[in-house]
Design a binder for this molecule. Structure first.
Ligand SMILES: Nc1ncnc2c1ncn2[C@@H]1O[C@H](COP(=O)(O)OP(=O)(O)OP(=O)(O)O)[C@@H](O)[C@H]1O
Ligand SMILES: [Mg+2]
Length: 350
């Protein structure tokens, strides 16, 4: 019934097959099979994205810009309905329809350094082709998404208000976060540095947001809801956080948390091949720090949630968010310990 209404808006056969697709966690995703062509239908998650129209406007701005400036780039943006709308509002829900990229696949887990290289290259390419786009035209789809200083303030407030038992259980993690406060200071330096500009940043570099071809080469990035003005360190740092270690943030076997040097050099190589000519000297100097910011921030966010009785992320078992925080703290320790070795493997300007 709901699908019929949607399909009709696009002038598609209302009886076309619509089947759940992919492993996305945020939005609802379906594949629509119409005669000759396939599409991806998505219902926007309005708990995460308060203003779907802002996302829609961003995608159209970028689409119009790229259709003139970089027509050869594979930019996946929503198609229009018969009325010319790229966002559909039905029964208080928002939907959009993308062309399905035939022959593409996305990965659920990163298995090789080559995949990390391809992904880093695609995220860098995206920022590169938009380097001359006037970034302040974009809407901010999630306010303060990577605002480390705000996250730190929320953490200190949570420490003041936390129940005594949780405060006690988290004491080692809290001590570590406080010891590493210098990371917040470095973050402030970046914000105040005129040579570190706002850019068009993807902000969600998980591996499933890259489409690969059947030769395992990266095709393009997808999942553009978090595309907004930001700093290079968000994408680079999140790749460090999620690509360098074979374990995920859910792993509780902390011994497994190690840094894969070949994945670091792969991310560096892939990113710099595209963005090397675009990044300023000051940005390049902060390449390694990117990982510190984002791992530290994620550790803080899990720890804050633990101190606030799991009200944001929720907990599947007792101590879940404390484990997630510990996991990120171990990862940060390993990353810091590996700093010298990792820096020796690439050519980051001093
Ligand atoms: N245009 C497309 N062509 C082919 N496959 C696609 C396309 N768009 C999305 N997909 C597939 O659907 C999956 C989910 O899409 P998407 O990442 O946009 O959803 P999401 O719910 O926002 O995901 P996440 O959990 O990463 O936030 C992708 O990982 C990919 O496998
Ligand atoms: Mg996704």
């Amino acid at each position: 019934m709901m699908f019929e209404k949607i399909l009709t808006r696009y002038g598609f056969d209302p009886g076309a097959a619509v089947l759940p697709f992919g492993d996305g966690l945020i939005n609802h995703t379906w594949k629509v099979h119409t005669e000759g062509k396939n599409y991806i239908l998505q219902q926007v998650n309005q708990h995460v994205f308060k203003s779907p129209a802002d996302i829609d406007q961003n995608l159209n701005l970028l689409k119009n810009y790229l259709s003139k400036a970089k027509p050869e780039y594979l930019f996946i943006s929503p198609i229009a309905t018969l009325n010319g709308d790229s966002l559909v509002h039905i029964d208080a829900r928002y939907y959009r329809m993308f062309p399905f990229v035939e022959g593409s696949k996305s990965l659920n887990a990163l298995k090789s350094a080559d995949e990390a290289y391809e992904a880093a290259k695609q995220f860098a390419k995206f920022s590169k082709i938009l380097a001359d786009f006037e970034v302040t035209k974009l809407n901010i789809t999630i306010p303060d998404f990577h605002n480390l200083s705000l996250r730190y303030d929320q953490f200190t407030a949570a420490c003041r208000q936390a129940p005594a038992d949780r405060l006690f259980q988290a004491k080692d993690c809290i001590a570590f976060i406080n010891e590493q406060q210098e990371i917040v200071h470095t973050y402030f330096q970046i914000l105040n540095d005129v040579n570190i500009p706002l850019r068009v940043i993807h902000h969600d570099t998980k591996i499933s947001n890259v489409l690969f071809d059947n030769q395992a080469k990266g095709l393009c990035v997808i999942d553009l809801d978090t595309v907004m003005p930001g700093y290079f360190f968000s994408d680079v740092g999140d790749m460090m956080r999620t690509y360098l270690c074979g374990a995920t943030e859910e792993d509780t076997d902390f011994e497994k948390i190690t840094i894969r040097k070949d994945f670091f050099t792969a991310v560096y190589r892939g990113y710099m091949e595209e963005m090397g000519d675009v990044l300023t000297l000051q940005e390049k100097r902060h390449f390694f720090n990117s990982g510190k910011f984002i791992i530290y921030m994620q550790g803080i966010r899990f720890l804050t949630d633990f101190l606030q009785n799991d009200c944001y992320y929720g907990a599947k078992y007792e101590g879940h968010n404390l484990n997630r925080a510990t996991n990120q703290i171990v990862l940060l320790r390993q990353y810091l310990n590996a700093e010298k070795e990792l820096l020796e493997s690439v050519t980051i300007p001093r």
